[in-house]
Design a protein around this ligand. Sequence first.
Ligand SMILES: Cc1cc2nc3c(=O)[nH]c(=O)nc-3n(C[C@H](O)[C@H](O)[C@H](O)COP(=O)(O)OP(=O)(O)OC[C@H]3O[C@@H](n4cnc5c(N)ncnc54)[C@H](O)[C@@H]3O)c2cc1C
Length: 489
Amino acid sequence: MSKQVHSKKNKILSIDRRETLKTFAAASITTLIPTQLRSSSSSDVIIIGAGLSGLYAATILQDEGYRVRVLEADNRVGGRVLSETGIPGNPETGGTAFGSGYARIIDISNRFNIQLNDLSPVLPYFRQQQLAINGEFISLKDWPDHPSNNLPKEMRMIPPNAFFQQFLGKMNPLKSPDGWMQEENFKYDISVHDWLESQGLNQKAIDLVYNMNISHGYNAKDVSILMLMFVNSFFNSQMSLGFRTSLVAEGGNMMIPEAMANNLNQEVLFNKRVDAIKTSSNKAEVICADGSIFKADHVICSVPFSVLRTINIAPAIEGLQAEAIEELNSQKINMLHLLPKSPFWESDEMSPNMFTDGLSGLVIANRNVANPEQVHSLTVWLRGPIAEQLDLMDRQDAISTVIQSIEQLRPSSKDQLEPLAYHSWYQSPYSKGDWAYWQPGQISKFGQHVGNRHGQIHFCGEHTAVANRGMEGAMESSERVAFEVMGLA
Ligand SMILES: Cc1cc2nc3c(=O)[nH]c(=O)nc-3n(C[C@H](O)[C@H](O)[C@H](O)COP(=O)(O)OP(=O)(O)OC[C@H]3O[C@@H](n4cnc5c(N)ncnc54)[C@H](O)[C@@H]3O)c2cc1C
């Protein structure tokens, strides 16, 4: 294990490999088996970011004998995984649930003895979402003939919150999730709007099935259908492989990054905001906002591009990767957790879950897996333009605005909602949004370049994943960069 010495200038100087080699030279030749030599003299690796991708890359490399040091700007690990452990049921403000086919997440949880809870008992409740349009609740029974339903005749029975995935699923041309990065499919790198229009949907129908309570992008014109084909193909492939349920970690999904961090030989350094990275042909240097400097053979950078564009890289990255860093944006999303003081939904006899076209966004009840009738808390998902509107307000106003919107829609909830936690991911300086969303033309232009190595700097993170989404995508990208560092890719 390498020792580290803190100099007066707060630099960390690694006792270098010459000392390690001297130790080996003094040892008997019989002890110099190749594996020992390789692991003891292997590269130091600095990893920027203690989210899932950074920590998993650190875990793999440490397992291979590398000395790794993780630098984190925030005062906690997890990045976009953030469990509200102070709230009953530990609701998630970030990465919420994962499929039973998320092999890497499941493997690492098993390794660290993290119990995973099967959400099957609560999924039927989750799917019951009260539809509210123009301030009116519409039952599934009334939906096909309702005046707000402007879908083509043969599609009118499908509720808007289920429509898009069903419709796309039937005609998704991708043969496998990674097909979105193959040139033969770049013809689909057009807007969701143009694609839906080519399928016969008019503007009103597009507003209903895509723009209402949007999950990817800001509106149907600024997101590529090819990205949505990837999302759809990923979930469908999980289903067709038989992975039909969702899981969460007991105690909150934060348990997973925390366990990886705790396993590291060198502790994660917090409040280390990296401002600059320099690379030569065989070394790299990282400079933090507090003036500390870290040197290594390799640097792995896991921050989203919305944040990376604020980090100075020398020599500068050029070409398509540079354009990607500047232009690939992240989803705006805010999360509000509420405590229901009473089960107000019992009095109006509707599900507590709501899918709305207003500032109430999407409301989901967090239920007890062992007793699904029991609701611990409500989480309001506020995405795209709703998040943008709320981000213009101060925190308290934003929370009150959402609560008032729910109360107006649903009088039974009046004075029954106590705010417990609120988080804007776009306003978080180290995230600047949630999942990367690809605009029309971006995938074909620079999709294959986002993960390019730049000198001794390697890039990972959910936004560089090719075959998996979300948390599993983040972990997929860690394997790629670990292989790069090991010289295997
Ligand atoms: C509301 C929400 C719901 C989600 N739901 C799901 C879901 O149900 N299923 C799913 O699979 N995924 C979901 N996700 C997505 C998933 O959480 C992310 O894709 C994944 O956690 C991203 O991991 P990452 O390592 O790529 O990035 P991050 O977690 O963002 O890690 C990057 C790290 O870098 C740090 N950092 C940033 N800048 C600097 C700097 N200058 N210096 C040092 N450190 C820095 C950050 O603080 C952070 O810790 C959700 C995300 C959100 C926000």
